[in-house]
Write a protein that binds this ligand. Structure first.
Ligand code: H2B
Length: 89
């Protein structure tokens, strides 16, 4: 069984954040597409930034004054699950 990616969430300033690196832009954008579809289903969306193979994610609930809520924890869990399907480089 091949090893897969594992991500770490950091909780800081009322936000959950994670910095992810991929093999290349195609892998990063493929990941973002999967996350986008899941976020749309959950009606909860990440603030994020992509520079080539790097994706930085920030989660907070805007409707609750930009605080971390269960919606952010649920989305973080869904994102971790998607990330774990990507092979290590
Ligand atoms: N995403 C996040 N991260 N926070 C929200 O408060 C939020 C959201 N609210 N996605 C949703 C959409 C809301 O704006 C819509 C109108 O349901």
């Amino acid at each position: 069984m091949h090893k897969t990616k594992n991500m770490n969430w950091t909780e800081k300033d009322d936000k959950l954040t994670a910095k992810l690196k991929f093999r290349d832009f195609k892998q990063a954008f493929s990941f973002m597409t999967s996350v986008a579809l899941e976020a749309e289903k959950m009606n909860h969306h990440p603030d994020w930034n992509n520079v080539y193979n790097n994706v930085h994610i920030t989660l907070s609930t805007h409707d609750e004054g930009n605080k971390i809520t269960e919606k952010d924890r649920a989305l973080a869990g869904a994102i971790s699950k998607i990330y774990s399907t990507f092979k290590l480089d």
